[in-house]
Design a protein around this ligand. Sequence first.
Ligand code: NAD
Length: 476
Amino acid sequence: MYIGGEFVDSSDQAYIESINPASGELWTYIPKGEKEDVDRAFQAARRCYESEEWRGLSPTRRGRLLRKLAEAIEDNAEHLARIETQDNGKLYREMVTQLKMIPSWYEYYAGLADKVEGTVIPLDRQSVLNYTLREPLGVVACITPWNSPLLLATWKMAPALAAGNTIVLKPSEFTSASSLEFAEIFHEVGFPAGTLNVVTGYGHTVGDLISKHPLADKVAFTGGTETGRKVAINAASHLADVTLELGGKSPNIVFADANLDAAEAGVIAGIFAASGQTCIAGSRLFVERSIADSFVDRLVKRANEIRLGDPMQPDTQMGPAATPGQLKKIEDYVNIAINEGACVSAGGKRPSQPELSEGLYYHPTILTGVDNSMRICQEEVFGPVLCVIPFDSEEEVVKMANDTEFGLGAGIWTNDLKRSHRMARVIESGTVWINTYRASAYNSPFGGVKNSGLGRENGIEAIYDYMQMKSVWIEL
Ligand code: NAD
């Protein structure tokens, strides 16, 4: 682990095995952190914060170090991508693209660091000056999931560091290796000791301790909705600020007037990218009834053509599920759907090829004959399972799309400009994509409504979420 600028073992020298989900092979060991390690990490982060070695640097100099970090990540993008693919089974070429995007976040927030301004308040009394200062929060605890480990850590760490905070990061127990490797890169860049601390270990122990630690001034969390609720309750015990990026059950809505080639590609990528293990997976397809049968035929053909295999190979189109628990969850949900009356139009099973037998593979699956109230349409599977529901009118589809506890993303496919704006307003989600799906950027806000989250990441406002305002009064 990385604590106070040093690389250390866990206090009781215990380890967690990291398994490659494509081959079932054990490929590395991760320190299993305990309470003592969590305490040491927070003390190091707090010491660094109070010493002003980091927050006391001018914002321009903080920005300069973050730019150096961006360059170092760029130089190591392929190495880090390989580690993440070995841990979570996502396609190597996709992880390289993702890792190469990460420097933009550090560059963007490096550029914002010296543009954070306070204001002078125009009071009634001329004899008093009142102005505001924006100051960092202190120590930020970051807890991340296994599907995009370093990207999602970056969404938190880049604005938090630019604002002058120090960090305790806990990656998922399934994918901790890239965060530890990142710590080595961070160390080489030359940040003050304690600016970043990485503690690895299980969620129910280390994650729980981190989110309720009295020295955490903010907890920035990405993960499942149930875990997010626990994290929020923990943070509330000492009134720490929280940002929660949680689960989804996003609708993709295809009207008959849409460009159906584009819609087909968007729906397929929306659900089957990363084997459906993305928070924004477009897992509920609503398709206008007049084109439903022919559109589903097209999707089934495409799904059946997707090449499953080793995520390191350039011609593989879909890799395995990330963990045995995840694969079981997918299988269980498909069985529940079948028992509730769903028809399997594609997939619905594990592949039979012997070369895939050791990996956690599952066929891209399309379920028809479902309705929006079934569990498969209401609960997050986090796997390659698409549910198809036909609709007759705009009013009906809006009602069904919004009939969910979640509200992360939504796709709308139509060539009717007025309808696209109407839909964008009434769909309950943090992001609406029209005639596209999955786009995101460092300077565009991202987050969920309802049980998909609290707060936004990315964009200008995110840096303010890692700062607090002070009001200063001077009698002149
Ligand atoms: P998870 O909730 O199981 O784990 C997320 C993190 O929380 C891990 O580091 C884990 O160790 C930790 N954790 C587990 N129990 C904890 C506890 N009691 N207290 C504190 N921390 C604890 O999620 P996962 O399976 O790693 O990731 C998948 C989930 O993440 C999905 O629901 C997905 O939708 C969500 N996700 C959301 C976004 C988003 O931006 N909204 C992005 C990616 C993933």
